[in-house]
Write a protein that binds this ligand. Sequence first.
Ligand SMILES: [Zn+2]
Length: 331
Amino acid sequence: MTRCPGCFKDEQKTYCGACRNRLFGGKKVPFILPFSRSDYDQVTLEVTTDRMSISGIQTKISLALNAGRLKMVMSGGQHILKPRPHGMFKRLEMAPINEHLTMQLARQVFKIEVAENALVAFEDGELAYLVRRFDVQPDGRRSLQEDFAQIAARSEEAHGKNYKYDGSYEEIGQLIRRHVAASPVDSERYFTLVAFNYLVNNGDAHLKNFSLIRDDQTDEYNLTPAYDLLNTRLHLPDETHTALELFKDGFETEGYKANAFYAYDDFVVFAQKLGLVESHYKRILERFIPEQEAVFSLIECSMLSDECKDLYKKHVKDQINAFSYSHAGLR
Ligand SMILES: [Zn+2]
């Protein structure tokens, strides 16, 4: 191995010191897990069958650090493992690499706070995405976290199977202003994240992929670090570019009415609806346009196949073009 499987730092045999601290509290944890993909599937199957009748929700197995190794546990683990999913979508073998790369793009190029993450390998060599839970403390205590489906009171019972998509980014913004004491800061973080999702073609940033977390000391709520970021277009080429519409009540800018895609003007109006300061949102938006080379060079560092690297770059280029375009001449 030549690059750190966490941050892509060059000339590393395994996780670099910084990633070791961030992911594992400084402990030396091997890149290779002490179990295989089929061991993992076996345990998932047992747990899922066991709990299906109770909650109907697929249980994620967590991992806990035990004597320097990550072991599967039923509860209380500080890490979550996401192997490549089984299913009909395209190039799913690349999904863990895609998610890790996208999370690193968010952090390294756009300074977005993200959940600590890295790649790991099963015993048999298959790569998986590893993320450290920000709601679980090293002593096992859990902070209260609520996603925006919960906060907006959307549920499958009341709103049907697609309840996660029953809302708009503007509505989440309004809920942030209502529930977060430091909302000017978090509204900017949120705006940056919505724009980033658009840049990287994350078409699955639905209500449950944004959350608030309660600080146990102050009882105040804040937006959590970002999680579940990936370029969904690599796997679902025909998907819509955003999971939710930017605006509520069917509002559309003149530019959107004319071109049917979100562009610079839409993000300006979105920022205004979130109550952001003009100089701040303009600075954030301008950052998304010139970073193509930085994005491309991180894509090159990843373990994506050559085909996926080219597609990812093309997708980002398309979105930068969309971002740079202003129908009303605002830019
Ligand atoms: Zn690293």
